[in-house]
Every structure is written in C-alpha cells, then in structure tokens.
Design a protein around this ligand. Structure first.
Ligand code: COA
Ligand code: AMP
Length: 639
C-alpha cells in the first residue's frame, strides 16, 4: 500500500486496478492495518448476497484499535483529542493515555448499570470531547451507539428512541450556539416523554454554562456515576457486530437507521487516512463538522484515532465565533495538517471576508490540503480557497450510507489533476456505474443514475436497523446487482465522476441532508393546511434552502401570515432548527400532472429562474403562473 508522501504518477491507476483484479487480497492486506483478537479467515462473506458482510469471522474491539493500541505502542503521551471551543473560550488537549483512562472508567460505569454487548445507547451531545468518549466507551463494551445531532427537536429524538430502543441515553446539560444556549436536558426529557420505549437510565454531563435538574431514579451525573468504579476492559466483538446506528433522511418522515459493522468500518477508515487524506500518527486532522453527522463519526472520531493521529473537536462556527478568521486561528494554533469541511462553511467565510484578508493574519504553514464534502463544491468556492490558502482543494463525494468517500482524489497515493466540479475518481472498493432508467450503463458524459456495482466495500452499510426490507427496497431493488446512491450525474472520458442532483426528495441545506417529504408531513399536520409541497430552492450560502407551498382548507378564515408563521414554528418544534425552514407561501392550488403527481421539479426551476419546459402531462398550465407570482412575492423566480 502506498504511504502518504510517496505519491507517484500512475499510482492511483495501479492501486485501483489492483483492487479490481483481486478485491479479497486488497482488503485482507488492508485488514493488517488494525489489531485483531482473532484475524478473519476471509474478507467478503457473500453467502447471503445481495446482503454482504466483511471480516465476519474475525474478532476485535473498536476502542482498542482507536485508543489502547496506541498506548501499548508507546504513544500514550501523544495528543489524541484537542478541544477548541470559542463559544466557551476554552482549549484543552487529551493524550491517548488520558483518553484510555477516561473511556475505560465511563465504560466501567455503564457496565455497572447493566450495559452489555449489543445494547443500544443514544448519545445526544454537543461538540465536546465527552461525546467522543461516550462513543468509544460504547465501542469498548460492544454496545451500539446512536448519536443524534443537537439541532434536532425532541420529536426527532423520540422517533430514534423508539426505533433503536436504547437501554441508556447519554446527554450533556446544554449546547452552546452563538446566539443562544441549547437546552439539551429539557429536550431529552420531552423526547423520553414522547417516546413509547423508555431507557433504563440517562447519564447527564453537566456543563458549567447550564446545570440541569436530574430526574431521581432515572438520571445519573457523568462524574458521580463513575466514582469508585472498576474500569472496563475491551470486550471482543465479531467483525460484523454493529458499531453504531446513524439515522439519516429518507423519502418519508421515518429516518433510516444506517448500520455500521465494526471491522469493515475500521479497516476502511484506516486505509483512507494515509491514502486519501495523507495523514498518519502525529498529524493533526480537523473535520469541522459535528459528531451528529457521518463526517463526524468517521473523521472526528474513528478515522483519526484508529490511525493514531490527533483529532480536533471544534465547538464553534466558521463565522461569528468571533469572526471569519476562526478557522485560520485554529489551523495556526493547533498546527492542523488537513482541514475537512463543507463548502457552505467556506461560503460563509468568503461572504464576510471576500478578499481573504483575515487569512493573512495567521500562519497557515502547517496546512497541506483542504478537503470538501457534504454537498456539491461550487467552482467559485474552490477557486477562492485555492487562491487564498494556496493548498490543493479536494472535493470528495460520499454519503451516510457509505461512511467513507466513494469518489475522491487520493492525495496520499497520487494527487490527480483537479477538475473543478468533480470529486475526481472512484476509490478502490467502489465500481461506480452510471445507468439509464432501464438499468443499462450509459456512455461517458451522459447523465444517469449513479450506482455502485455490488458488493459495496467494507465500512459501508450492510443493512438498515430492523428494516432489511426497507434496505432492499430503498437501495437494491431498482437496479438489481447495484446499490442505488440516490444521486444523478455522469462520468467523463477520463473516469472523473460528476454529481449533479438527487433523484429523490432529499435536499442539502448547509451540508445537512433533509427530506422534503418529512417536512411535508409536518406541514400537513397543521389544522388549516389542506395540501402542501416543500421544495429546495438555490441558496447562495447554504446551497439549498427549503420553501413550503400551502393550500389552506376552504373557509379556514385565518390570515396567510398567521398560518405561515405557525408552520415555521411547527417545523422547528417537530424537526428542529436544523431544518432551517423559514419561508412558505399560501397558494390556491399546486401544479400537478393529470395523474395527480405534484410537479416539484418544475416549481424548483421557476423559483431558481431557470428555463423549463411545461410538462406535457400537466393538468392545468395556468397554475404555473400563480406559482411564479407567489414566488416573486418572496423575492424568488427572477430570471
Ligand atoms: N445544536 C442546536 N442547534 C443547532 C446546532 C446544534 N448542534 N447546529 C445548528 N443549530 C441551529 C442553529 O443555531 C440555527 O438556529 P436558528 O434558526 O435559531 O439560527 C439553525 O440550526 C440552522 O443552523 P445552521 O444551518 O448552522 O445555520 P447558521 O445560519 O447558524 O450558520 C453556517 C450557517 C454556514 C455558518 C453553518 O451552517 C455551518 O457552519 N455549516 C457547516 C455545516 C457542516 O459542517 N456540515 C457538516 C457536513 S460535512
Ligand atoms: P449525507 O448522507 O448527509 O452525507 O449526504 C449525502 C449526500 O450529500 C449525497 O448523496 C450527495 O447528494 C450529497 N453530497 C455529499 N458530498 C457531495 C459532493 N462532494 N458533491 C456533491 N454532492 C455531495
């Protein structure tokens, strides 16, 4: 395997074709990068195809691989985690040895309260090291964690509680947003009240910014429940034992519980650190995301730690904490080698500091590469970053489902020429195919559904939690033999992949994946709303922004402004601030086909001021003029 720093021409081609010729050997070699209790006898188990598993008969422990083995190897005094928190004005470093002690103690306390291998534990925490410690403590015991992003409302947390039925919930008393304290504890209490399933106990990490009231008999305090506890050793688990469940938006209100198996996850992430990101032990890797998202799971927690690097836990924003120089300060102060963030964060910085003047105030010599993911990287943002940071700016494309990059520029193997607008080429393990509606491969340059020929590589989802039928239906049925990514795009003559749009109702707001279907369910629950539609319109900062259309019940008698304001509030209450749902308009009717399908794509084109053809199947074309007028009232639909 090519190590970082030994990049050479043609190396990617050799590595990729080496994998394609013999995937089994490729992944068995990669598996040597992690510690096993019992090494696997083979990489792929395809006996249940099209459901596949990797390294199923090996045994290992995730926490051991991310923490203990580095201490054993004499690297206990190296920094594992740096917490930089402009919102609390605090910075601290935690060594691998300290991390081992803290995680073993937390795991011991969880075990003493009955948490065992296979039990689920929900983690609802802000960007503090304790969030990673909670994840690792679960991994130490073989418990399955499910981290829920802090920007979700109590209702969304309740849905997840009922789906994964956790024995325990670990939460912080509060989170800190620049403009307010997020009261996690009342949100947690409300969620437990709404849920049918009840956890045995909740562990609360009390922050000094807000000390929460504990419920006697159910809640325990993070520190006191560890007092006098015997630390837990690492529990061996099978390679196909679930490490975590991470919920993501699907086409209905019910989120999909993406399952991640322990061994494939660690093997794949460990492979990516030197080969894609050019990082290894001693390097500081910063994924400026949140532990609640897949980027946070993979690149704030597991990948940097399995590779023995230092990971940044940044509790702040790209702008406003205190200014658009925040990222550059962090890079300078902690000698960050790789920054991984969403294009929207750079757009926010660029908007406040278009000439990049704040960049000049800092010494960014340590920064070698900037990686972007989570949404399409627009050329303006890439060029701005290249101009001002003077390092390669690398787009990479993946999903919650895959857990690591499907397409990237493998900088540790070979820095391929960057083509702006493309996340470059498929990574080993991914045979990316663009198919037409009939499932036939299309010619280079032709738009189609982006699929991956089965099996997916290690580290990707083997199934959905308690929903194998939904897994098959959502991803495997449309194109037999292939995994359907839900993205549309093309591959050019040089094999570069281009991601152009989603084929379903998922929209991407500030790098956050949201379902318009789920939002429509919320709007439809308003008593005055007879019918509704939600679309994602283009947004200069956030990529896309949700917009609702409401048809009111006859004779509702309410003012439009009142209903819109109530719908905005309802969305915040039901899905949470992360939905960023701030705009809606009342219309008489929605444009539909004669068979009754709402023409959302046409509405998006009108809103974005793009040319469009009136669909031949439209029921009544006049409605499109009414829609345009309503959108113009919101300052949209300008050509
Ligand atoms: N807990 C609670 N609330 C949260 C939250 C969290 N962890 N994260 C965001 N929110 C809230 C925000 O406070 C905001 O609430 P408001 O409506 O009361 O202002 C709302 O959710 C929307 O937040 P956000 O999308 O972050 O918008 P913003 O206008 O506050 O900030 C950016 C804009 C571009 C600076 C911000 O979106 C950003 O940093 N994006 C990067 C995203 C990212 O890293 N994604 C990871 C994918 S790789
Ligand atoms: P999530 O599961 O939240 O990571 O969102 C995954 C979706 O975000 C993908 O299916 C794409 O639609 C989009 N996405 C992620 N990264 C990229 C990228 N680099 N370019 C284009 N779209 C992206």
């Amino acid at each position: 395997m090519v190590q970082a720093g030994t990049a050479q021409a043609g190396a990617y081609e050799r590595v990729y074709s080496g994998w394609k010729a013999d995937p089994e050997t490729f992944w068995m070699n990669a598996a040597e990068g992690i510690d096993w209790i019992t090494p696997p006898s083979r990489a792929l188990d395809d006996t249940q195809a099209p459901i596949y598993e990797w390294f199923a008969d090996g045994t290992l422990n995730g926490c051991w691989n991310c923490v203990d083995r580095h201490v054993e190897a004499g690297r206990g005094d190296h920094i594992a985690i740096i917490h930089d928190s402009p919102v609390t004005r605090a910075t601290k470093g935690i060594t691998y040895r300290e991390l081992q002690k803290r995680v073993a103690s937390l795991a011991g306390a969880l075990r003493a309260k009955g948490i065992e291998k296979g039990d689920r534990v929900i983690i609802y925490m802000p960007m503090i090291p304790e969030a990673l410690e909670a994840m690792l403590a679960c991994a130490r015991l073989g418990a399955i964690h499910s981290v829920v992003f802090g920007g979700f409302a109590a209702n969304e947390l309740a849905v997840r509680i009922d789906d994964c039925t956790p024995k325990a919930i670990i939460a912080a008393s509060c989170g800190i947003e620049p403009n307010r304290i997020v009261h996690y504890k009342p949100l947690l209490d409300k969620a437990v009240e709404l849920a049918t399933h009840q956890p045995d106990f909740c562990v609360i990490f009390q922050r000094e910014q807000e000390v929460a009231k504990l419920i006697e008999g159910r809640d325990v305090a993070w520190h006191s429940f560890q007092y006098g506890i015997e630390p837990a050793e690492c529990v061996p688990v099978e390679g196909n034992h679930p490490a975590y469940i991470l919920y993501t938006s699907g086409t209905t209100g019910a989120p999909k519980g993406v399952v991640r198996h322990t061994a494939g996850h660690l093997v794949a992430l460990n492979w990516t650190m030197p080969n894609i990101y050019g990082c290894g032990p001693g390097d500081v890797f910063w994924a400026a995301s949140d532990v609640g998202w897949v980027v946070g799971h993979s690149y704030i927690c597991y990948a940097p730690l399995v590779a023995g690097a230092t990971t940044m836990v940044y509790e702040g924003k790209p702008v406003g904490t205190p200014d658009a120089g925040a990222f550059w300060r962090v890079i300078q102060n902690h000698r960050v080698k790789v920054l991984f963030t969403a294009p929207t964060a750079l757009r926010a910085i660029k908007r406040e500091d278009p000439e990049g003047e704040l960049i000049d105030d800092y010494n960014l010599r340590s920064l070698k590469t900037l990686f972007l993911a989570g949404e399409r990287a627009d050329p303006d943002t890439i060029h701005w970053a290249e101009r001002h940071l003077k390092v390669p700016v690398i787009d990479n494309w993946w999903q919650t489902e895959t857990g690591w990059a499907i397409a990237a520029n493998p900088t540790g193997i070979e820095l391929l020429p960057v083509k702006v607008g493309s996340p470059t080429v498929p990574m080993p393990g991914y045979d990316v195919q663009v198919l037409d509606e009939g499932g036939h491969p299309v010619a280079p340059g032709t738009l189609g559904a982006i699929t991956i020929r089965l099996p997916l590589p290690p580290g990707t989802l083997p199934t959905l939690w308690n929903a194998e039928d939904r897994f098959r239906k959502s991803y495997l049925e449309h194109f037999p033999g292939y995994y359907e990514t839900g993205d549309a795009g093309y591959i050019d003559e040089d094999g570069y992949v281009y991601i152009m749009a989603r084929t379903d109702d998922v929209i991407n707001v500030a790098g956050h994946r949201l379902s318009t279907g789920a939002m429509e369910e919320v709007l439809a629950s308003h008593p005055d709303v007879a019918e509704c539609a939600v679309i994602g319109v283009a947004d200069d900062l956030k990529g896309q922004s949700p917009l609702g259309f409401l048809c009111l019940n006859k004779g509702s008698g309410r003012t439009h402004d009142d209903v819109v304001a109530e719908c905005v509030r309802l969305m915040r209450e039901k899905i949470g601030p992360v939905a960023d749902f701030k705009r809606a308009c009342v219309v008489e009717r929605l444009p539909k086909t004669r068979s009754g399908k709402i023409l959302r794509a046409t509405m998006v084109k009108i809103a974005d001021g793009q040319a469009f053809k009136v669909p031949a199947t439209i029921d009544d074309p006049v409605i499109l003029d009414e829609i345009r007028e309503a959108l113009q009232g919101l300052g949209l639909a300008r050509v």
